[in-house]
Design a protein around this ligand. Structure first.
Ligand code: AMP
Length: 542
């Protein structure tokens, strides 16, 4: 017997219909690339997105075509996304921080036909356009007055281009399984792999993400996604915010501590989200200028492990609740969120901070298990760690063109490449990437745990731990430190600081000081480069 309810395809552009109708006046505020602040609302975004859709069709874009964007978070980027979605094309976000050759490779793999690009990134595209034969048009996200000279023959200013179409356009209706967007993994080893979101997966994922025990977002929030739309599906903020009618504050290209602080306070942001490196810059700026964050209630921190010291500073110094979250490009991206269930609600002090260092519990729609190498599930005892696997309606079932098939098994479990343990209440904690974990004398050492402890030292700005070959133990940990400005901590003081919190054999065999720790295009510590940097290193006495 079939249910007798309506077929109502879950299409992303219906989110913007809803926002325009019921939250039409809600502001979308951006720091424009040209400089001044720009203010619009969901009603206008909805109108201009339909202009984009109609104009794309005039350019010969049809259903399923890939339309790339290389842009900061601004209202124009949002309009472009919804225009692309509403006519059945596929948004493809490009990360400008990748090497130009890698960007060209990705654009060719996806066969992008048209590109929306910010002024900031035009030089990158000028340098690689010849290598991307499928690219027929480049729309520069600015107005005619700010349009620069460019050697690209097929470039046009967005405001001029969009006004060649009116908003008299009915969104297309199609099957909810249709591709909506693409985002490539950062590819620290091998070529990047294409993740393809569907309309259904994006809509379900946004409904999941908004829930009270997840991001708890509502129409009363003023949400600032500092995380760029080109990182892991923009953490779904372009869908969750209009779905619940939250205002969006878009930071544009201003990613430094001072710019973030200015926009947080002037626009009275209540909630924001980004990777730890962004918050490191903000906290340093706040300490320098003696700032405060009276409007900000919650900060989502993910993309890399959030050190407990950062959680403590946000909560105890600035009164801002930290929501530690874990996810992946392949998961749309939300996997777990560390909000407090009743079992943990009453924790205080250090016990609460320790809990918040965990990546948290999954929402309905994310299935999760931790297994040993033979795929046997491990107990939920907060210490047995193994491979973290996931499945669900917003988790990839394959990569574009079938690459990386070995990460998916016959029962649809996707091997995340992360190593984790789970506690009795289902809170997951990442201990490492599988390729970063240190194998010492047949046992595993968590590099993340050591890093989290080391950055708690008052004179340490950043810490990374890598495994170095050892004649007796296979590998031993080396702690790499960036000192805080004006500080000169000794090796012993750092080791003494972490000694009491770990098993004796976890203590790093040495400490090395560097000026910088390399980061990936999405703000994670780049351990492959760091390992290369220390490839000739030998522990004292070995
Ligand atoms: P990406 O697809 O670029 O977002 O990278 C996903 C990877 O980032 C995950 O597989 C983890 O290794 C790492 N990651 C994301 N969030 C966290 C977190 N809260 N703690 C530790 N690692 C994280």
């Amino acid at each position: 017997m079939r249910g007798l309810m309506q077929e109502w395809p879950l299409l992303c552009h219906k989110i913007m219909d809803h926002a325009a109708l019921y939250h039409g006046d809600r502001e979308v505020i951006s720091r424009s690339i040209e400089g001044p602040m720009h203010r619009t609302n969901y009603r206008n975004i909805h109108e201009r997105a339909r202009q984009v859709a109609k104009r794309l069709e005039k350019d010969g874009i049809t259903m399923g075509d890939r339309v790339a964007t290389m842009a900061w978070n601004t209202w124009r980027h949002l309009e472009a996304w919804y225009g692309i979605l509403g006519m059945g094309a596929v948004y493809h976000t490009l990360n400008p921080r990748l090497f130009p050759d890698q960007i060209a490779w990705i654009m060719n793999d996806a066969t992008d036909k048209l590109l929306f690009v910010d002024l900031t990134f035009l030089p990158i595209i000028e340098a690689i356009a010849d290598k991307v034969p499928s690219l027929a048009k480049v729309v520069v996200l600015t107005d005619a007055a700010h349009m620069p000279q460019t050697k690209l023959a097929n470039a046009v200013a967005y405001e001029y281009w969009i006004n060649e179409a009116d908003a008299d356009y009915a969104w297309r209706e199609f099957d909810e399984g249709t591709a909506a967007g693409m985002c490539y993994t950062s590819g620290t080893t091998g070529d990047p792999k294409g993740v393809v979101y569907s309309h259904r997966s994006n809509v379900l994922h946004a409904m999941t993400g908004a829930q009270p025990d997840m991001l708890n977002l509502s129409s009363n929030d003023r949400m600032m996604p500092v995380v760029p739309l080109f990182h892991a599906n923009g953490w779904s903020t372009a869908f969750v915010c209009p779905m619940v009618g939250a205002s969006m504050i878009m930071p544009g290209a201003g990613m430094d501590g001072a710019s973030i602080y200015q926009i947080l306070t002037e626009e009275r942001v209540t909630m924001t989200a980004a990777v730890p490196t962004v918050w490191l810059m903000l906290l340093e700026h706040l300490a320098k200028v003696g700032g405060s964050l009276p409007d900000l209630q919650r900060v989502v921190i993910g993309g890399a492990a959030c050190p407990p010291a950062m959680i403590k500073t946000f909560q105890e110094t600035y009164g801002v609740e930290v929501i530690h979250a874990w996810g992946m490009t392949e998961m749309s991206p939300l996997g777990t969120v560390c909000t407090l269930k009743p079992e943990y609600k009453n924790l205080t002090g250090q016990a609460r901070l320790d809990l918040q260092a965990k990546q948290g519990h999954p929402p309905f729609t994310v299935e999760m298990k931790v297994t040993d190498d033979e795929n046997n599930p491990l107990p939920w005892d907060a210490k047995s760690f193994g491979r973290l696997k996931v499945r669900g309606p917003a988790v990839s079932s394959a990569y574009y063109k079938g690459h990386g098939a070995e990460q998916f098994d016959a029962e649809n479990w996707f091997d995340t490449g992360d190593v984790a343990h789970v506690d009795e209440h289902g809170y997951m904690q990442i201990t490492d990437r599988a390729k970063d974990v240190i194998k010492s004398g047949g046992e595993w050492i968590s590099t993340i745990e050591l890093e989290n402890l080391a950055v708690g030292h008052p004179e340490v700005a950043e810490a990374a731990v890598i495994g170095i070959a050892h004649p007796k133990w296979d590998e031993r940990p080396l702690l790499v430190i960036v000192r805080r400005q004006g500080c000169d901590p000794s090796k012993e003081s750092i080791l003494d600081f972490i000694r009491d919190d770990i098993a004796k054999w976890w203590l790093p065999d040495d400490v090395a000081f560097v000026d910088d720790i390399p980061h990936t295009a999405t703000g994670k510590i780049q351990k492959t480069t760091l390992r290369k940097q220390f490839s000739d290193y030998k522990f004292p006495g070995t």
